[in-house]
Unconditional design. Structure first.
Length: 215
């Protein structure tokens, strides 16, 4: 499915309470399982819950918790880094990275999670195509953030007492731990073990505020 096709289908869901769209079974455990909102949205759009590199043929679907006015309440997951740690430490060209492929063309769907899950609703989505002129400043800031984070990771490994990576941030994105027991250490071909836990890229709330303001 193309991103633009999903966007058209999503218009039919915007503003409708979850209780009108989804069954009780679909909403079960949705508070504890933070990723379930995105999973049932995928199904509603006609997508499969899969581990494909991208949700759409040409882009990515992203959901995030917000208030009634669309203000983001959380950071937003992008991708885990255990398999790309050496690319980051070597500062692979931003536009050739797995990270850029995940964010270059995305459909951002804020979810108002006020009240019981039956009362939650999807708000108007934002299509972010970083190749467009209106997103040029955002794209350049993301590129700058990427290299800043790569440098921070290397500094942490080479100078911290434990020799591990730690939370590393730019203005719009960051890397921080994302794992649950049993933990999954990260290994670098050059440095060996660089973390006891898996880490991931996240969009900071500033990113969501920025793209909404542009639109």
């Amino acid at each position: 499915m193309k991103l633009i096709d999903a966007k058209e289908r999503l218009h039919l869901l915007v503003g409708k309470e979850f209780g009108q769209v989804f069954s009780k079974e679909q909403l079960q455990d949705i508070i504890r399982n933070k990723g379930k909102s995105g999973q049932i949205l995928e199904l509603a759009l006609g997508l499969e819950n899969s581990s494909k590199p991208l949700d759409f043929e040409d882009g990515e679907l992203k959901t995030n918790k917000c208030d009634r006015d669309g203000n983001p309440k959380e950071t937003m997951f992008i991708t885990q880094i255990h398999s790309i740690i050496d690319e980051l430490l070597e500062q692979k060209s931003f536009y050739e990275t797995h990270v850029y492929k995940k964010i270059a063309n995305l459909l951002y769907v804020p979810i108002c999670k006020v009240g019981a899950p039956e009362k939650w609703m999807f708000l108007s989505c934002v299509h972010v195509d970083l190749s467009l002129d209106k997103y040029k400043e955002v794209r350049l800031q993301l590129e700058k953030d990427y290299y800043t984070i790569c440098k921070q990771l290397k500094i942490h490994i080479e100078t911290s007492s434990d020799g591990f990576i730690h939370t590393s941030s730019g203005e719009l994105i960051q890397i921080r731990s994302k794992d649950s027991k049993p933990y999954h250490p990260i290994y670098s071909q050059k440095y060996g073990k660089v973390s006891n836990k898996n880490h991931a890229f996240y969009f900071k709330r500033e990113f969501m505020k920025c793209i909404v303001s542009i639109n």
